[in-house]
Design a protein around this ligand. Structure first.
Ligand SMILES: [Fe+2]
Ligand SMILES: [Fe+2]
Length: 321
């Protein structure tokens, strides 16, 4: 693959942030819809004692329609992502990442955070929080809950893979952000906007369109090629350059794999240890999704704490990206 530099225009950073935020919004709405479904189920149980709960259930459908209308922008994004994330592209992206000819920029983790944040310096601060704020909010929420230091650090770095837009590792937004899914086997119907896979040539491929495709039952997620994006990229960057535990690496690699960690798809590809990884990713998800409404973190006040935390798990300081 010969990636093209598509990010000369300053407005691209803004667009990336907008689409990324819109995708997060949809995932929040999906989670809300699920919570409302659960509430409806509970309401049905309670209806045996109190009919008023049925009225609440009727309101929920209105909420669901609002969710449907809020997503047109995201829908277009996913159409492109679903059409272009093929086995062929995935192999090309992985070859690019591991290519000896690739010049890998060297930055410390904090430098990487600051670089990613420049994407948002150029955008409207009123519309969304910046990347550094999202990363610090995730980390701070994990810290407040008394979770381990490695998990706090995972919150701090989990989206740094978006840096690939600066390093010419991306073709467009469709291979950086958005939910992820395996390529090389049938696209599960629980993937959001599943219908848009109709335009993906792999969906009619004689092998790739079968349930297991190029994989086998219980082959393990380590052996599954997930669609290329910021999760997969960062996982490959940090797995050999940090002392983070496997659970942290799973949180990074699978945090956008919603069809799996939220919808229950692809369980047939899991090996026993993947169940522990699933537990880890599910434990991480609320801090990614729901911390955005927290107070805006004071970067300079928090920086010393996180610099020490970074040093603890990235002993060689400069990271090859
Ligand atoms: Fe992410
Ligand atoms: Fe995130």
């Amino acid at each position: 693959m010969a990636p093209t530099a598509l990010y000369e225009d300053e407005s691209v950073g803004r667009r990336l942030e907008e689409i990324s935020d819109a995708i997060d919004e949809v995932n929040v709405l999906k989670a809300k819809a699920k919570a409302k479904e659960d509430a409806e189920r509970q309401a049905q149980i309670e209806a045996e004692y109190d009919a008023k709960s049925q009225f609440d259930a009727a309101k929920d459908k209105t909420q669901f329609r609002q969710y449907e209308t809020a997503i047109s922008r995201v829908k277009n994004f996913y159409r492109e992502q679903h059409e272009k994330q093929t086995v062929a592209y995935n192999l090309a992206a992985r070859n690019w990442f591991h290519s000896a000819a690739r010049v890998r920029p060297e930055l410390t983790v904090w430098e990487a955070i600051e670089k990613l944040d420049t994407l948002v310096d150029e955008s409207d601060p009123d519309t969304s929080l910046s990347q550094i704020q999202h990363l610090l909010q995730s980390a701070e929420a994990i810290r407040r809950d008394g979770k381990p230091r490695w998990m706090q650090l995972t919150g701090l770095i989990h989206d740094l893979g978006k840096l690939m837009v600066f390093f010419e590792g991306a073709q467009g937004q469709w291979d950086v952000v958005g939910d992820t899914f395996p390529v090389g086997c049938r696209f599960d119907e629980r993937i959001i906007y599943h219908e848009s896979f109709a335009g993906n040539p792999d969906s009619t491929h004689p092998v790739y369109s079968t349930q297991y495709g190029i994989y086998g039952p219980g082959c393990g997620l380590d052996n599954v090629m997930l669609s290329w994006g910021h999760d997969e990229y960062l996982y490959h960057v940090v797995k050999d350059q940090s002392t983070l535990p496997p659970e942290a690496l799973a949180m990074i690699r699978y945090h956008s794999f919603y069809p799996w960690h939220k919808e229950g798809a692809y369980r047939e590809l899991m090996e026993p240890k993947d169940w522990d990884m699933l537990k880890a990713v599910q434990a991480f998800n609320p801090y990614d999704l729901y911390s955005k409404s927290d107070d805006v973190p004071k970067v300079e006040e928090l920086k010393p704490y996180y610099l020490e935390l970074i040093d603890e798990f990235f002993p060689q300081k400069k990271i090859k990206w």
